[in-house]
Design a protein around this ligand. Structure first.
Ligand code: NAP
Length: 212
């Protein structure tokens, strides 16, 4: 059951003809089954026509030495989503130089998506700080925000305008990228936590080894 931060849910279908597009933003280092289940759950809940996954280029405020290259993360996201016809992957953040700001992501996608309604989907923890994001007023105008979170995770209301953010609990988000990386570094399996092709890519590229 989705919950709204603020008052009633702001998700109202403006017109039956308007396309509804999810924009799934994340570092995806690596992409895992929790991300895929979350995207599918949001698509179902909000009757989305498609979901565009957007791996960050240079994640804001993250130490670049600790993040796999944008190209690795883009390719893993492509491998994870290729079999779903309603999922696609955008290079807008990977190809833009400098730090990744969601306002730039949404401006670029808005220019190509015409009158579509945009739902920006990401981890609820990340959205909790949205008022500190660059041009957050414009972010809120460009998209409805959907924060996905694991069950039982309580998030304080960050003081957002009424209905600006909807939270959705997704059981599969018990899986996390940091746990996948830690398991690899400990020599443990990540089978079934990530899609098979992603596990194979990680092994082939030697990602998340102790001395990376
Ligand atoms: P993060 O801080 O690495 O992640 C915070 C939490 O959210 C983690 O538990 C993470 O789990 C989860 N998460 C992240 N993306 C998710 C997704 N798509 N679906 C489900 N859970 C997700 O967050 P981040 O990856 O750097 O940033 C997330 C998005 O917010 C990106 O699109 C980023 O560009 C945007 N952002 C924008 C600004 C800004 O404009 N100033 C600032 C911060 C973030 P996992 O590690 O398992 O994914």
């Amino acid at each position: 059951m989705p919950t709204s931060l603020g008052a009633a849910s702001g998700v109202v279908r403006s017109s039956a003809d308007t396309r509804r597009v999810g924009v799934m933003g994340g570092t995806f280092d690596p992409i895992h089954q929790g991300h895929l289940v979350a995207a599918a759950e949001v698509a179902d809940t909000f009757a989305l026509d498609e979901v565009i996954f957007v791996p960050t280029g240079r994640p804001w405020q993250k130490d670049q030495t600790e993040v796999s290259s944008a190209e690795h993360r883009y390719l893993m996201t492509l491998l994870a989503t290729v079999s779903n016809p309603t999922f696609s992957v955008s290079r807008v953040d990977v190809d833009r130089t400098g730090d990744t700001y969601t306002v730039d992501t949404l401006r670029e996608l808005r220019a190509t998506l015409g009158s579509s309604e945009i739902f920006f989907i990401t981890g609820a923890d990340a959205l909790a700080n949205v008022l500190s994001w660059r041009d957050h007023d414009e972010v809120l105008r460009l998209a409805h925000l959907v924060g996905v979170t694991r069950p039982g995770h309580v998030l304080a209301d960050p003081g957002l305008p009424t209905g600006a953010v909807t939270l959705l609990e997704v059981t599969a988000l018990a899986i996390s990228s940091s746990e996948c990386r830690a398991r690899r570094r400990a020599g443990r399996t990540i089978d079934y936590l990530v899609p098979e092709a992603v596990a194979e890519y990680i092994a082939k590229a030697g990602l998340y080894q102790v001395n990376r």
